[in-house]
Write a protein of this length. Structure first.
Length: 415
């Protein structure tokens, strides 16, 4: 039995034509809305990061953690940070003052040399005048055979007197210059000494704060009750950090980034000129046009955040015991989604690497990035320290979270 062809419906033809029209308009619409879409994503991301940060701080206050042992350490850490910053500023000012001292000393030496030359010329001039006697001008004038030569002698003698007056004037000017240079030298020396005194006082205060912190840590070690409190505080801080990362991940997942290429990473800017958050790399591509691999492709081959040091196990992460101000480096390319104080971890940086993978860097002394910054693998993002640490041991706490769960960082790092 033969089937008759179905008649073409007018509405299907209409939809087909509309579809063709939409396909023709897609490139123009995409180009026109790309910039607006990117800006909208920037605003959403910044707003999300701020909301999560505010929520985390409110949660900490509601749970009463400000009355715990970590509060005392936080206060001391912040005071130490302020004093260290002031010490660096004073040291820089004092160094600038010292660098000007050799220049002033050279100026004084030059003036003294010129002064000696004028004194020598003045002495020879005085000897000449003394040799001519009190009637030297009369001898010059009346010893000539005619009036013309006498007038010429008077002219020469006048020039000699003018030269002497010029020498005296230069002598007086150089003495004034020497006096001003000497006063400037003394004023700068006094300023340098004043800066040194201020720096000495601040160093005393810094040592006093360190002593207070050492006493606090000694009390923690001496009392078993405080040891238990330390464990509970750290467990609570770890739980809060895990919940915070989960919320951060969930919030970022709700934002649909534009399908534009990720910008090239740039060096962190100063805090007084914070950059906006950059567009993250699209997750539907295995690599960008610039040839970046996904972090999942680098698993087991990531360069450690601190090289040349053996990491200690501190579940669920690792601890690198290093001196303060050691450079802390990003293990892979990513965007800074958190850079601030976090209870139990001190100054903390969290990087979003895409594919639901985050890396965490805690107990830093100084942060070199702000939320929204893009960093490349092995870019310096912080300086190690002991902020927020109950042990008082300088180093870096490092952790990796995959899909919200803590994982063994050793499985991600290379040998």
């Amino acid at each position: 039995m033969k089937h008759r062809p179905k008649p073409t419906m007018p509405w299907k033809a209409l939809f087909f034509g509309a579809g063709i029209l939409l396909l023709a308009l897609v490139p123009a619409w995409s180009s026109a809305s790309s910039e607006k879409n990117a800006q909208s994503y920037q605003l959403k991301l910044n707003k999300t990061l701020k909301s999560l940060n505010d929520e985390n701080k409110k949660l900490q206050i509601q749970q009463g953690m400000e009355k715990g042992l970590l509060d005392e350490l936080e206060l001391l850490d912040k005071q130490l940070t302020d004093l260290i910053t002031q010490r660096e500023d004073q040291s820089r000012q004092m160094q600038e003052a010292k660098e000007k001292l050799p220049e002033l000393a050279q100026q004084i030496q030059i003036q003294q040399h010129e002064l000696e030359k004028i004194r020598a010329n003045r002495s020879s001039h005085l000897r000449l005048m003394y040799g001519m006697g009190s009637q030297g001008i009369l001898k010059v004038v009346f010893s000539q055979e005619n009036i013309s030569k006498a007038q010429q002698g008077i002219l020469y003698y006048g020039r000699l007197i003018q030269a002497r007056n010029d020498q005296f004037r230069l002598y007086a000017e150089d003495i004034e210059k020497l006096r001003l240079a000497t006063e400037n030298h003394k004023a700068l020396l006094a300023k340098t000494q004043s800066l040194a005194d201020i720096l000495a006082k601040e160093l005393v205060q810094l040592e006093q704060k360190k002593g207070e912190r050492a006493q606090l840590l000694a009390n923690v070690r001496d009392k078993k009750a405080l040891h238990q409190q330390k464990v509970e505080e750290l467990q609570r801080a770890r739980g809060i950090l895990g919940a915070f990362v989960d919320k951060l991940h969930s919030a970022l997942e709700t934002i649909s980034p534009p399908t534009t290429e990720a910008p090239a990473a740039s060096q962190p800017e100063q805090k007084n000129n914070k950059p906006l958050a950059a567009t993250p790399p699209p997750e539907d591509n295995a690599a960008t046009s610039q040839g970046f691999e996904r972090i999942l492709q680098k698993k087991g081959r990531l360069v450690p955040p601190i090289g040349g040091r053996q990491a200690l196990n501190r579940p669920p992460g690792l601890f690198y015991q290093v001196e303060k101000e050691t450079a802390v480096k990003a293990v892979y390319r990513g965007q800074v989604v958190y850079a601030d104080w976090f209870r139990g971890y001190g100054l903390l940086v969290i990087l979003n690497h895409g594919d639901h993978v985050y890396s965490l860097y805690g107990h830093n002394q100084k942060l070199l990035v702000v939320p929204g910054d893009w960093v490349e693998a092995q870019d310096a993002i912080a300086q190690s320290g002991d902020s927020g640490s109950l042990e008082g041991i300088s180093g870096l706490y490092f952790e990796i979270r995959d899909k919200g769960q803590s994982v063994n960082p050793r499985h991600w790092l290379g040998s």
